[in-house]
Ligand binder design. Structure first.
Ligand SMILES: *Cc1c(COP(=O)(O)O)cnc(C)c1O
Length: 379
């Protein structure tokens, strides 16, 4: 079955009890147990809920995995995965990881003695050098946020295998439609489903997929024990969002490419970062492991003041955090997604004050280009 068909027909789309073509929102916390000596599939909704289960099975199928898990947010998903490690374990993380991941690793998990090293994952020998005796996992995100740097997943996974590390990939920017890290040998895939999977800027959620039962059991123990589960209403919204994932990603990706090419020709623009552009240094590696460039791009204006003026001038696009919705969103990493990062570190990573990140939506591209054109009339 092709991926687009799987989005609609994956075995989880019909309610087992009524035949309804939309999984009901099982708004129940507990379930009648006719025989207390028997275990039932559903006993208490922190442990399992039918709406959540439909979503969890769906993400497992779409990522090519065995087990799926739904969490209250992308950060709840990431935190729950990290909570499967033990004090004294060490993980190697790509340095331009999502700002919230950077923050919890350096604060919350540091307090629980989970050790970490941040590396430029595009530099494979650098990954090797960061591995210690107590290293247990490699945490990757490609394309990275907000500079769209590409990590060679297969090469990084090969290094991890040599050292028997688990490989965790935050696949939020690509979604399982464009990139399936489990099929490339990764062990755990994480999504902020708030973004493209939900797709409509109306729900916060997180998903995890794994293709190993033992690992699945460990994550389930945290999900059920720690309890950062996604509620049934929000699970339903994600199930609904997923049905149009391919259509949205295709259109938004086309828009993103056109906008990126157009931006690259504009005088006030210093540089555009988008893996779909011919001149992107990671383009070849990216297209060897993914089926499209996605709908997030970033660009630098020649001056910081111009970035601020651009955001004041823009009319159609919203200025906001987040990405992956139907509407185009402009965000300013320096004070938004990467505000938690010390300034010196942020600047070292190239997340400068003249950088803007765009999540390209479903508007007609002509309208986006004219909006951006007006916003770029800076003086
Ligand atoms: C937004 C985001 C997260 C965090 O997800 P939330 O749903 O906001 O908790 C993690 N990783 C990436 C790449 C993101 O864009």
């Amino acid at each position: 079955m092709q991926f687009g068909t799987k989005l609609i027909h994956n075995g989880n789309e019909i309610d087992k009890h009524t035949g309804a073509l939309s999984i009901p929102i099982y708004q129940a916390s507990t379930y009648h147990q006719p025989d207390v000596e028997l275990r039932q599939d559903f006993e208490y909704s922190r442990s399992a809920n039918p709406t959540r289960q439909a979503l969890e099975n769906t993400i497992a199928v779409l990522e090519g995995g065995k087990r799926g898990f739904a969490f209250a947010s992308g950060m709840a998903a990431t935190s729950s995965v990290l909570a499967t490690f033990t004090a004294g374990d060490h993980i190697v993380i790509c340095e331009d990881v999502y700002g919230g991941t950077y923050r919890i690793v350096n604060t919350l998990f540091k307090a629980f003695h989970l050790e970490s090293s941040f590396v430029d994952a595009a530099d494979l020998p650098g990954i090797n050098r960061a591995i210690r005796k107590n290293t247990r996992a490699l945490f990757l995100e490609t394309p990275s946020n907000p500079l769209l740097k590409i990590t060679d997943l297969q090469a990084a996974i090969a290094i991890a295998r040599e050292h028997r590390l688990l490989v965790i990939v935050d696949n939020t920017f690509m979604t399982p439609y464009l990139q399936r890290p489990l099929e490339l040998g990764a062990d755990i895939v994480i999504h902020s489903a708030t973004k493209f999977i939900g797709g409509h800027s109306d729900v916060v959620g997180g998903l995890v997929a794994v293709n190993n039962e033992e690992l699945g059991n460990r994550i389930y123990a945290v999900q059920n024990g720690f309890g950062a589960i996604l509620g049934p209403q929000d699970c339903w919204l994600l199930l609904r969002g997923l049905k149009t994932l391919k259509l949205r990603m295709d259109f938004q990706g086309q828009n993103a490419l056109r906008l990126a090419e157009w931006l690259a020709r504009q005088k006030p623009v210093q540089q555009v970062y988008y893996p779909g552009l011919k001149e992107h240094p990671g383009r070849e590696v990216h297209f060897a492991q993914a089926d499209g460039a996605g709908a997030v791009l970033s660009f630098k204006l020649r001056q910081r003041d111009n970035a601020l003026r651009f955001m004041k001038n823009i009319r159609l696009a919203a200025v906001a955090v987040s990405l992956g919705g139907v509407e185009t969103i402009v965000s300013y990493p320096a004070t938004m997604s990467h505000a938690a990062m010390p300034e010196q570190e942020r600047l070292r990573l190239g997340i400068t004050d003249n950088l803007l990140r765009i999540s390209v939506g479903l508007e007609e591209c002509e309208d986006l280009i004219s909006d951006f054109g007006l916003a770029l009339e800076l003086d």
